[in-house]
Design a protein around this ligand. Structure first.
Ligand code: HEM
Ligand SMILES: *[C@@H]1O[C@H](CO)[C@@H](O)[C@H](O)[C@H]1NC(C)=O
Ligand SMILES: *[C@@H]1O[C@H](CO)[C@@H](O)[C@H](O)[C@H]1NC(C)=O
Ligand SMILES: *[C@@H]1O[C@H](CO)[C@@H](O)[C@H](O)[C@H]1NC(C)=O
Ligand SMILES: *[C@@H]1O[C@H](CO)[C@@H](O)[C@H](O)[C@H]1NC(C)=O
Length: 252
């Protein structure tokens, strides 16, 4: 809805930047997943998102997407807001720890410490990596198109969505070994505009290729614990269940 888009942009002081920076298509060289996203050459941050096909008729629309965040490994932490704001948006934070990708969803009601957020089912995909120059969180996010007080595209998965990303240039989080760690305010902040109508695959093949083998009963099928990268389809007779979201999901 145009009026909503205008209202959101007007509430930010970065209108010019937000309009000038728009999504474009690219394919990740390691995963071969093709995203709509943005590369910020100033801060060396890449954000990509891709959604399943838009459905029509009586089939419900998907409530998930695949995403990636790539940032310099030197940053203390990097954050993504798929609602474009800090408050009342689905946020993600990522930082490296001992070669691991520490990644998880967060939420906050205002300009105060965003805390880990239960609801989204996050699975790190196999191309997530920490190397000598960059950290990459490549992830599947299920139950991620609506959240407390908001939704992707303001409820229309083919609408315009302002996407924001932030980072702490040098200051690490309080406890890098814990994905639930608190942090101090970012000193890098930027935005791009995403036309969600351009960010849908035309087939479900993309998702099928990540389903992999099945997980035996009592095995981990999701969550950020242990740098989990799948597979996440439970064997027949068991269901992927939130044991300690967003960290641990188990086939029970
Ligand atoms: C203790 C931690 C944090 C504090 C104290 C904090 C504080 C703030 C403040 C004061 C602003 C307004 C800055 C301005 O307008 O110049 C802001 C903006 C923003 N913050 Fe944070 N922040 C924190 C963590 C985060 C995290 C973890 C994320 C995302 C993962 C995030 C995302 C944003 C975004 C997207 C904006 C710009 C859009 C908006 O103003 O809503 N922040 N933050
Ligand atoms: C799914 O999204 C498309 C495009 O926005 C819309 O036309 C369709 O009605 C939606 N379907 C449902 C079931 O919400
Ligand atoms: C989906 O996430 C919301 C929070 O955004 C949560 O309240 C809800 O319980 C979750 N639904 C499922 C089925 O996990
Ligand atoms: C490190 O990872 C980034 C992000 O995936 C990639 O672009 C870069 O080529 C990698 N560098 C090395 C030295 O492997
Ligand atoms: C993180 O901050 C919140 C609110 O500021 C606080 O309640 C919580 O105890 C802190 N968590 C840790 C692990 O310090």
């Amino acid at each position: 809805m145009f009026s909503l888009k205008t209202a959101v942009l007007a509430s930010l002081t970065y209108v010019g930047l937000a309009v000038a920076q728009a999504n474009s298509p690219y394919c990740d060289a390691f995963s071969n997943i093709c995203y709509q996203g943005y590369y910020d050459a100033t801060y060396d941050i890449t954000i990509g998102l891709i959604l399943p096909p838009l459905t029509t008729g009586t089939t419900p629309n998907y409530t998930e997407f695949l995403g990636e965040i790539i940032a310099p490994v030197s940053y203390g932490w990097t954050g993504l807001s798929i609602g474009g704001t800090m408050a009342e948006s689905l946020l993600f934070t990522v930082w490296p720890y001992n070669g691991q990708v520490m990644f998880g969803p967060r939420w906050t009601s205002g300009y105060v410490q965003p805390l880990p957020y239960a609801g989204p089912v996050i699975t790190l995909l196999p191309d997530s990596v920490v190397n000598s120059t960059h950290i990459k969180a490549s992830f599947r996010c299920q139950n991620c198109t609506t959240w407390e007080e908001g939704s992707l595209g303001y409820g229309d998965l083919s609408a315009f969505q302002l996407i924001a990303y932030v980072a702490s240039d040098t200051t690490p989080v309080d406890d890098p070994s814990s994905v639930a760690s608190n942090m101090t305010e970012h000193d890098i902040m930027n935005f791009f505009g995403m036309e969600l109508s351009e960010a849908h695959t035309t087939t479900t093949t993309l998702y099928d290729s990540y389903l992999g083998p099945t997980v035996a009963k009592y095995g981990q099928c999701g969550g950020t614990s242990g740098n989990f990268k799948g597979p996440y389809t439970c064997a027949v007779g068991s269901t992927c269940t939130a044991i300690d979201p967003p960290y641990y999901y188990q086939c029970v």
